[in-house]
Design a protein around this ligand. Sequence first.
Ligand code: DOR
Length: 433
Amino acid sequence: MRILIKNGLVIDPSRQMEEKLDLLIEAGVVKEVSASINVGPSSPDQVIDASGQWVVPGLIDLHVHLREPGQEWKETVASGAAAAVMGGFTAVCCMPNTDPVNDSAEVTEFILERADTAGLCRVYPIGAVTMGSKGERLAPLSELKKAGCVAFSDDGQPVYNPEIMRRALEWVRMFNAPISCHEEDKHLSRGGAMNESSLSERMGLIGMPKVAEDVMIARDIELARVTGGHVHICHISSARGVELVRRAKNDGINVTAEVTPHHLVLTEEAVEGYDTNAKMSPPLREEEERLALIEGLSDGTIDVVASDHAPHEAASKEVEFSEAAYGILGLQTSLPLLLDFVDSGTISRLRMIEVLSTAPAKVFNLKGGSLKEGKVADLTIIDPQVEWIFSPETVKSLSFNSPFIGRRMKGAARATIVDGRLVMLDGQLIRSA
Ligand code: DOR
């Protein structure tokens, strides 16, 4: 298949490029990027006029929950992949807190097979660090890696035992994979439903203090220091956590970090009306923490934005705030929420594409993140101006838990191309024949 994209603004952080160019895709790779491409007598299968639009390396989300196997009423690999490509993502990495937990080659292979059948984006499984994510015995990390896992995590849970974490880091260092760490000491946050603050007191809810996150970040940085293993900090939410990562990077420690769009956009005030769609772990925090996250993203302390797309059915959310499930949707709202930061001049568009594509590819050693000639043709065309409302009708997930439902958005993915194949154009999914 040959696709010619004309007149778009090509933004490629892998070579610091922002230039109005044409781009030709052939046989699954970027064949040519130049001022004016004429393909001669043999016309391409598809010509897309991207005037006024951005042509960028495909967006990559390092942190999503696809719920299959085991909780298919919340999301499936296929529905999650549909939400991903609608949101402009060409690849997603799915967390292992399924049922059963992805702690075996069988589960990894099952997820890969489902992704193949869905035929939309790349799906990279993340394997558990410990069996059942129970923190007691190491999972078969080499076997999981061989089966296709790109990283390891007990997301939702910390790995409490530092001896196990140390061994895990020693293992993954051998095959150059990260451990994606959910940093929360639940002895400090247990039963918590929101950020610990004067607001949580006023609302009569048990708070989750920032120190519950910070102590685990500090520990894992020290374990990365002694082992040389790669610690990736999931969904960082505190200013102190950002400072710990900043210092660790200055010390040359093998640590990277991600932040979610919702922690960049919202504060704890979003839960004021006991809106369970604003409940997640880690919780939304105070304004000064939010500003520290933005600063960390701007100065490179935080490497990537990842959505923590966490679908939950209505029954898990339409309950008392303290009983509601943690987590919100993310795949279809990440891009427009980040575009708002570009519009306000908070981050440059080059940095935005870097944190959504080039950096995630590098952090998890994945294909993509670049539009250099010869690279795999995973790319996204973004219309930065289009206005739309994130409504239940636009949601491709099986769940609707988002505090952004009803919000007017500016900017969206116009087309998503995976491995040289158009999988979404103008809001229509295109599955392989
Ligand atoms: O809010 C969250 N939801 N945080 C997590 O760590 C887990 C996730 C989920 O699985 O729903």
